[in-house]
Design a protein around this ligand. Structure first.
Ligand code: UDP
Ligand code: MG
Length: 323
């Protein structure tokens, strides 16, 4: 097989429902690119029939490469594993659930060949997302963009095409729990955009429960900026000013002889200060936790099997029966 010009990286976690639809729609698009390609399916430790199906498709579709992680490492880590495994001159990442239309890849590739290092897929409208997702995502992007020096597009997700230079740069970053949609713009490489309509998930359910979304948000903020740490200092200063006023008031009230009436303000101040301190401690904790993870320097994922490198061993990678 010729060395691929483009690698199509797809993270998937328990995607047995959507996988047949994905293959059916992606294969003609990929063949139609008229260039050597590979599809890197990163099975993020799925516990359903995903690995079995992937093995089956791999047999009849030589360009489909299967990289299986030993355990569920999460969406971003799965993409990272795919980026590290991909060998193409260009690498595009997209979701397995067909929310990112594969038909757009051709246009992305053309723009990259014309010189852009990164081509972001930008959602032209988000009407297929739930109102909750839309509102929270918009508010969240506004906050992170305000904190970031980089030019982060508010409607860009993880559907993007990167040049080899960009992929090598990302692979070389030691950062843990990186959120690629903020890390890639921060590189500042020449970029372009392609608009697309985000479709609804073709089958199955979201693999992003609220807990994972909150984790992603915290990683996005602490990975992008130390702004919240600085904000904590300003909050602390504000608290100090308020405290000085309250102390002055308490002293005057005492001098005037009605001490007992100070109860309400005391309780209010204690509560407010306690809340403020906890908030600032929490912010510190987020950054400390991040440093701790980096000091541990544990790998973000473990590859169990790569169809390009070895034959599947019996019992691994879902040969035979369903797991
Ligand atoms: N995904 C993954 N590991 C996870 C969670 C999700 O590889 O732990 C994949 C999932 O299979 C899909 C993509 O990440 O291809 C985006 O997930 P999903 O579509 O469920 O998220 P949503 O679109 O609902 O935000
Ligand atoms: Mg999705």
């Amino acid at each position: 097989m010729a060395r691929p010009e483009i690698s199509i990286v797809i993270p998937m976690f328990n995607e047995e429902d959507v996988l047949p639809l994905l293959v059916e729609r992606l294969r003609p698009v990929a063949d139609g690119l008229d260039t050597a390609y590979e599809v890197v399916a990163v099975d993020d430790g799925s516990r359903d029939a995903t690995p079995v199906l992937l093995q089956r498709y791999h047999r009849e579709w030589p360009q489909l490469r299967v990289v299986r992680l030993r355990a569920n490492a999460g969406h971003q880590a799965a993409i990272s594993a795919g980026l590290a495994s991909a060998v193409g001159d260009y690498v595009v990442t997209l979701d397995a659930d067909l929310q990112d239309p594969p038909e757009v890849i051709g246009e992305m590739l053309a723009k990259a060949r014309a010189g852009a290092d990164v081509v972001y897929g930008v959602r032209s409208d988000r009407s297929t997302d739930s109102t909750f997702k839309r509102v929270t995502a918009q508010g969240f992007y506004r906050v992170v963009r305000a904190m970031s020096d980089a030019d982060v597009h508010s409607d860009a997700g993880d559907f993007r095409l990167m040049s080899r230079a960009t992929v090598d740069a990302v692979n070389g970053l030691p950062e843990h729990n990186r959120v690629l949609r903020f890390v890639v713009p921060a590189l500042g490489f020449p970029s372009d955009t392609v608009e697309y309509r985000r479709e609804v998930r073709a089958a199955g359910e979201t693999k992003y429960p609220l807990s994972k979304m909150l984790r992603l948000s915290a990683d996005s903020i602490t990975g992008t900026s130390v702004g919240p740490l600085r904000a904590a200092i300003w909050l602390g200063l504000l608290g100090a000013v308020v405290a000085v006023g309250v102390v002055a008031y308490a002293l005057i009230a005492r001098a005037q002889g009605h001490v007992v009436t100070g109860w309400t303000s005391t309780v209010a101040v204690v509560a407010a200060m306690g809340a403020l301190q906890l908030l600032c401690l929490g912010i510190l904790g987020e950054y400390l936790g991040r440093m701790w993870e980096m000091l541990q320097a544990r790998p973000s994922y473990f590859i169990a099997y790569d169809s390009q490198r070895e034959e599947p061993r019996p019992g691994s990678a879902g040969e035979g029966e369903l797991p």
